[in-house]
Design a protein around this ligand. Sequence first.
Ligand code: NAD
Ligand code: DAU
Length: 342
Amino acid sequence: MDTLLVTGGCGFIGSNFVRYWLSQHAQGRVVILDKLTYAGRRENLHDLWDDPRLSLVVGDIADQALVRRTCQEQGVTLIVNFAAETHVDQSILGPLVFTDTNVRGTHVLLEVARELRLRLHHISTDEVYGHIPDQHQSVETDPLLPRSPYAASKAAADQLVQAYHITYGLPVTITRGANNVGPYQYPEKAVPLFATNALLGEPLPVYGDGLQMRDYAHVHDHCTGIEAVLLHGRIGEVYNVGTGREMTNLEMVDIVLDVLGRDHSLVRHVTDRPGHDRRYSMNVDKLRALGWQPQYDPREAVAEAARWYAGNEWWWAPIRSGEFRAYYDAQYRARLAGTGQP
Ligand code: NAD
Ligand code: DAU
């Protein structure tokens, strides 16, 4: 059984993946490498730290000596790279760290994988395809047309991963995920932001007309999709992971407010995100052909996520009342006051 180096394993999707993987693979071993940025939180795995199959190394994926040493000392056979700066709005406010981690960090992992002859699975995003016109669904061979600093950094990483396969024959796979929702998502992202604002009785800042479309997929289905590719995917291939069905942000907001029993008067339309991608939509047939299928419809995924926030104030209340406040003010104060962008 492989020993996994799960980078970014203390973040939202990484922690859900680690929990899922260890629940399904009794002989599995997982070493997390995580810088513990604001989005990386030990408490996301509060129930697992006593498990002898799991260990944590705190550090940066861009630190080549650390990555090499960790892989050698821990007998790593497979790197699964979740580590990234992940929020589009943060990438608009401060883009350079996105290049440091998402591009250079991924490049360092590839170099270590090349040196030590390891397989690398890279977690990418539907944002690399850019805005998708009505009627089209992105397939894995579509061109990459990223439009935000975040998406551009993820697209650069994808291309490095593919280049290492073509040039050096490195055994790689890539999954491109849709908008994930579920437990332990940092409340800067729309669904947990709206759910926690609703629970706090604060307004929900909807960018622009709220008719942008996203495929809100449950993180559990992303984890099973990654597992399917790790176990059955073809080396060198890319797989989309989502539900294949989108909804508007206003529909998502309605679900959140209805599940939480809050009034729709909390919705505020505010100044739009610059360069806001209007629609993402992916065809997921290639992953289905591996035998995978999503368990959650997007409406259930959003509803279940909202319920999780209602039941887990212990997790989000300290974040909301702490460091998050400064970001929230910078991002939303002027918008909510009706005086424009941050
Ligand atoms: P997140 O922001 O919740 O977590 C990111 C994790 O990476 C954190 O634990 C953080 O501490 C760690 N990290 C950041 N920089 C690091 C560095 N230099 N070295 C080591 N660790 C570092 O992110 P997420 O939402 O869980 O996303 C995980 C991955 O999935 C990312 O690659 C993201 O691009 C991709 N993705 C996310 C979504 C989504 O909807 N959230 C959808 C598709 C793909
Ligand atoms: O599509 C996959 C991507 O999904 C991932 O690669 C990213 O890491 C992840 O952050 C997410 O990106 P989005 O920008 O789509 O997600 P976010 O939750 O920030 O926003 C979802 C939608 O809601 C988007 O259309 C913008 C809108 N929005 C977001 C925020 C934070 C608002 O209307 N108001 C808000 O305050």
